[in-house]
Structure formats: C-alpha cells, structure tokens
Design a protein around this ligand. Sequence first.
Ligand SMILES: NC(=O)c1ccc[n+]([C@@H]2O[C@H](COP(=O)([O-])OP(=O)(O)OC[C@H]3O[C@@H](n4cnc5c(N)ncnc54)[C@H](O)[C@@H]3O)[C@@H](O)[C@H]2O)c1
Length: 431
Amino acid sequence: MAAGGPLLQSAAAAGEQVVYGVIGTGSRGEYLLRHLNGIGAGRCAAVADVYEPNLRKGIQTAKSGKQGYADYRALLDRKDIDAVFIATPLYTHFPITRDALLAGKHVFCENCLVFKPHEVRQLRELAGARDNQILQTGLQRRYSMFYQTARQMVSKGMLGEVTEIHAQWNRNPGRTMLPDQPRERNWRLFREFSGGLTSELASHQIDVANWMFADTPEFITGVGGLDWRRDGRDVYDTIALILKYSGGRRMICSASSMSRHLPFLGGSGKEFGELIMGTEGSIEITVGDDDQPAIGLWFYEAGPVVTAPSDEQKEMAKAVGATITRSGRSARGFPILFTRDQISGEEPFIQREMKYARRWLYSKGIMVPREERNPVDVQLETFLQSCRSGKQPKAGLEAGLDGAATVILADLAMDQGRRVYFNEMEKMARK
Ligand SMILES: NC(=O)c1ccc[n+]([C@@H]2O[C@H](COP(=O)([O-])OP(=O)(O)OC[C@H]3O[C@@H](n4cnc5c(N)ncnc54)[C@H](O)[C@@H]3O)[C@@H](O)[C@H]2O)c1
C-alpha cells in the first residue's frame, strides 16, 4: 500500500485540470495516453511501469509529466496526483486499484475490473465506502452513441421483446506467445494471470448483454477448447458460451483464434460485433476500432401480422432518433440514427434539407452515420469531468463488478463443464 494511508484528494475545482498518472504503459496504456494527450480536462503528471522499455515509451508518449516510476506506489505517494488510469494485466487490477483508492485517488481501471471472486466482494466494500472517489471501468461501448441509442431502442420497446443477444469476437491468429519472455509478459495466455478470451475479448460483449438486458445471468454454461494454438499457453483458444437470463432471455457468445470472419453487418466488419434480437426488430452493431468504423444497423421484423409500423412505433422511433420504414422488409438493415439527424421542424431550411439528404444517403447505404467522437475519448473525458463534478460514471463500480463476476463464472462453467449459477459468486467471494 502507498505510504501516507487514506487521504482523500480534493476534487480539482471546476475548470481546473485534473492531474493524473498512468500505471501500465504497455499497448493499452500507451493508447490511452495518446488519446489523453488530446483531452484538455486533465494533465499527465507521471507514468509507472515495471518493464523499462514500456516505461520509456510511456514517458515519451505523455505530452506532459515526463516522470516515470518502476514502482506504481511511488506515483500514488504523489500528493499532486488526483487520479490514475490503470492499464496493467488483469491479475494486478485489484491490488493496484485498492492501493490507489486507499491513497485517495480517483481510479479509471481497464476492463475486467477484477480477476478473482474475493476481489469482487473486497472492491465492492472498499469502493462502496468511498463515495467521494470516482471509480470507472474501461467499458467504452457504454460511451458510444450507437450503443446508447440501441439501449434506448431496447428499453423503449422498439425491438419488441428482446429475447436473444449473439456476440462474436474472432481473431486469427490472435495473441501469440512472445518468445524469450517471462510468463508475466505473456500474461494473456496463462490462467494464472488472465481469464483468456473470456476476460480479454468476450467480457466487453458480456457487458453489452448485462446492460441491454439490465440484468446479470441466472446461469452460464459453455465449452472451451485448447486444440489449435498449442504454443504452451493454458487458456482456451476457442470459447462458446450460453448465458441464460431471467424471463427466457439468453446470450450466445463465442470467440475463436482460428478465423476473423464476422457474419453480421453484411460482411462489412471483421472480428467482433453483436446482434440484438427482438420480436419486432433486431440490431447488428459493432464499436469499431482504429481501422473500421462503428456501425449500427436496425432490421425491422417483417411478419405476417405486422406489415407496417404502428403510430406508436413511429413515435418511439422519433423519440430515440431512429427511422422506421414502411416497407417492413427485414432483409435490409437501416442505420441507427442519432438525435443530430432527427428532423424537428425547428431548424433552418438548409439544415433541414441537409438532414433529409443525409438520411436518404443512409437509407440507400451510400453513407453511414459516424460516431462524432471515438467512445474511448468520450470515456476518458467524462472520467476526468466526473473527478471534478462527482457525477457517477456510466461504467462505474457495479457495471465493472457484474461484468467481472460474469466472466469469472463463465470460465468456471467451461472448466467444470456444468451450469454455473450467478449466485454461486456470493459463496466463492467469501473465501
Ligand atoms: N478496453 C479495451 O478495449 C482494452 C483493449 C486492450 C487492453 N485492455 C486492457 O488493458 C490492460 C493492459 O493490456 P495491454 O494490452 O496494454 O497489456 P500489455 O502487456 O501490453 O501492457 C501491460 C503493461 O503493464 C505493465 N505492468 C505489469 N505489472 C505492473 C505493475 N505491477 N505496475 C506497473 N506496471 C505493470 C507491464 O510491464 C506492461 O507494460 C488489460 O487489462 C487489458 O485487458 C483493454
């Protein structure tokens, strides 16, 4: 633990930059630093990493605060630092988050928030008792306009009863063993340090299901295999999970290291995406990455009974800024529209005409709506703003812990080849 004990940092006054440190400047930490460099709400004061080459890279990347520590506790001892970003391997998330909270820092920790059952309980107790400190989990989909619009469409009943969510995150070849490196540097490939594909990939989509269903699963079952990537790893190279939620709802989720094909979104994406299926419509969605755009397509369920949208459905569509088609054909997806494309009738003539033109181009598939900002930037900025305002984050403690608990149980279900019930976590966490 950092010397100095619990000391609550006063939140920076409104308008003042939040002073932060970044712990773990490997691939993700460096990515976060690059994005943080463009965000005025905060200023980097220092970075920390146990691996010298990455520490050097972090110092180079940081726009300000060119000070580096091998031991993150030295960074936590600095009284001028209000907040930390933690982007270290999963098995270190809990101890570092715990120490940072005890040192009075606000914490942004990468997903998954914790690794072991007892950490779920301990972090809930620790962070729950520290209302003045912000704890945010790196679940960037919760900061995406597409996903937020999808969530509204689900909650307003636009998809009817949402009964099923399918998710896929395939990679080929995915992570491979770094040669001549200790196990810790290959942490993703060993269960001692990571939950494998479940914690590193599927966890983001499991969070989407927990969020869209506004629930955690009743039980989970699945099959994991280590059949193809036999390079000394002990994590599965393929996982297939079924998560059963209350009310007959379920998520079917898979990840493979042998193919990157994505069957959703008309073949326009790769590797990862989700399909949210309801009795009156479905959404295919992906958050995208640096190389591919975020996409959200809405498929209206044409059926023998419902051939055209009702007035009520049209009203609901308007409320979330989505379009609804009279044709009622389910074969073609329509882009999810944001509020900015909604026609209010109040806008000047030119602006209205441009909105009509954009919507026509969207409907023809000539143009797709784009997120105005990368959700990663939005999540980082809103975290820094929360440090000042005290506003609870969208991906806060409970979203992070529910997601992490689901991941732990999913791995257990595959390891033991049985249904694992969510309420088993409580007993496991007491140990
Ligand atoms: N939200 C996302 O989409 C997303 C994407 C990628 C990674 N991640 C998460 O970010 C985290 C880091 O992943 P990565 O790809 O950067 O891994 P990485 O191995 O590239 O980097 C991890 C870094 O942490 C350092 N480290 C290890 N123990 C440390 C300690 N005790 N103190 C300080 N530094 C320490 C390592 O030396 C390394 O530089 C993981 O939890 C991963 O799941 C999230």
